[in-house]
Design a protein around this ligand. Structure first.
Ligand SMILES: Nc1ncnc2c1ncn2[C@@H]1O[C@H](COP(=O)(O)OP(=O)(O)O)[C@@H](O)[C@H]1O
Ligand SMILES: [Mg+2]
Length: 213
């Protein structure tokens, strides 16, 4: 079993009784009750800018789902600045980028983590054309295949105002969780980000106000 990096990112696993862990449990409950009519199996997290806590939020949420016994796949779709492999102490030689360019098979790219029921599809090596790779039939087909194999798929993405990747992905997901850093997120940035998501009819489940630092 690989050791988890103790940098506080995976608070849910390291400190199950902390108040922060409790807020991730609450987030999980809110998601559950946010949609009565639609299944929420494929969810992504995004934010208007970088450094607002997307990766931290989606990683902890993944651990919560896995602890419930759900079969969870966490995907690092931030192919420009990947970080999930580091949080889970995994290699990143193969991953989403090599899958979408058909250099690897799903079985080779998806890794078990030290958390039971939680699998990770890391980003893979940084490609030259991340938006093109995401905006592809291959990405739709990959998600379609994986949705049959997992109870929940959680996707980490780049921030909306930097690149188009997350807006493209939002149309492939059942729901979007927005993260806004308290004291950092600007109202007009948040509005612009929300407008871009609404434009593609993304289902925004809610905004997590994250207390970074
Ligand atoms: N709720 C929080 N409390 C304390 N530190 C946090 C919290 N959320 C994020 N951080 C820290 O803030 C930094 C940026 O978070 P990260 O999740 O990587 O943001 P993003 O993925 O949006 O760029 C990281 O060092 C992370 O450990
Ligand atoms: Mg991140």
């Amino acid at each position: 079993m690989r050791r988890l990096i103790n940098d506080g990112s995976l608070i849910v696993s390291l400190n199950p009784n902390s108040p922060r862990t409790e807020t991730y449990r609450l987030l999980r409950t809110r998601i559950q009750f946010s949609s009565k009519d639609h299944e929420l199996n494929t969810l992504m997290v995004t934010s208007s800018q970088a450094g607002e806590g997307k990766t931290t939020t989606i990683s902890n949420l993944a651990v919560i789902y896995a602890q419930e016994g759900k079969k969870v796949l966490l995907i690092d779709a931030n192919m420009r600045k990947p970080s999930l492999h580091r949080i889970f102490s995994q290699l990143n030689h193969q991953g989403l980028s090599t899958l979408l360019t058909r250099q690897t098979s799903n079985g080779d790219a998806i890794q078990e983590t030290s958390i039971s029921h939680l699998h990770l599809l890391p980003s893979g090596p940084v490609p030259s054309n991340p938006s093109e790779l995401i905006d592809s039939k291959a990405m739709w087909e990959l998600l379609e295949t994986l949705e049959k194999q997992y109870d929940v798929i959680l996707i980490d993405t780049p921030s909306i105002l930097d690149v188009s990747d997350s807006v493209i992905l939002s149309a492939m997901c059942d729901g979007v969780i927005m993260v806004a850093a308290a004291g950092k997120a600007k109202k007009d940035h948040l509005r612009k980000a929300k407008d871009q998501l609404s434009h593609v009819n993304a289902r925004i489940l809610g905004v997590v106000l994250n207390q970074v630092g």
